[in-house]
Design a protein around this ligand. Sequence first.
Ligand code: ZN
Length: 103
Amino acid sequence: MSASRRDKRDDKFIPTEMADVFKALSDPSRLRILYEVSKTDVCVHELCKALHMSQTSVSHHLRQLRAQHLVNTRRAGREIFYMLASSHVTELLETARRHVESD
Ligand SMILES: [Zn+2]
């Protein structure tokens, strides 16, 4: 790899944007939502029921997760279903869990 290419790659280390992702992950309720979403696509009502949280609260958390591209949505009729945005998100969650469990 040429030096200029390597420099470009180094530019992709963006601490501010990474911190925004970690901020979105730094809330137990949002982690519970992500865990539910990781099992299967779910709508906001199913999340409320599974997590015993209000729709206002779940919707608020989902907006923050969407803002950091951690969840995607799919519309089916009048329902919106949520899913993890990519395998990166799965890996982030798995790595964090392993880190905690290995201590
Ligand atoms: Zn629903």
